[in-house]
Design a protein around this ligand. Structure first.
Ligand code: NI
Length: 156
């Protein structure tokens, strides 16, 4: 496993659309392992392949100790709406309030090309939506309805 370099705000790759994964091979497994390690190293709760410079439809989401790997994820159902405080590994120090579905159902493949489904509520729903947005080249800054000052976060 290796830590990969995170692409930061302003890198044009972040605004590109990712292609589906077609080969479920050792290279894919290596990439997913590296994404997980990179996310953990940066204390992130989610990461998408374009953030490490790979335009393929892969995301990893983490809630507490559970890490979910989603290859070619598709959101099949959403329910409700919530306001959440979001940040992004590609935007160090920037936070904002966004509106996301309260619940989401996603279908995907695992690293071995097996069909999986994941449902998320609350924070997990928001992370799933944030990461899948990355695959379309959509960044969370475009979803922000209210900016949050860093000083405010430090004090609370
Ligand atoms: Ni992000």
């Amino acid at each position: 496993m290796a830590i990969r370099k995170i692409r930061l705000k302003g890198d044009s790759i972040l605004k590109k659309k990712s292609r589906p994964v077609e080969k479920f091979d050792e290279r894919l497994h290596q990439l997913i392992d590296d994404m997980i390690q990179t996310m953990k190293e940066e204390n992130g709760i989610g990461i998408a392949a374009p953030q490490v410079g790979i335009l393929r439809r892969i995301v990893v989401v983490k809630v507490e100790e559970d890490v979910h790997e989603l290859v070619n994820p598709v959101i099949t159902k959403t329910c409700g709406e919530q306001e959440v405080t979001e940040g992004c590994l590609s935007f160090p120090g920037r936070y904002g309030i966004t509106k996301r579905p309260k619940e989401v159902l996603v279908e995907a493949k695992d690293r071995n090309d097996k069909k999986i489904a994941l449902s998320g509520e609350g924070l997990l729903s928001a992370i799933i939506c944030h990461e899948i947005d990355h695959l379309e080249g959509i960044l969370f800054e475009s979803r922000i309805v209210k900016e949050i000052e860093q000083e405010f976060l430090d004090k609370n």
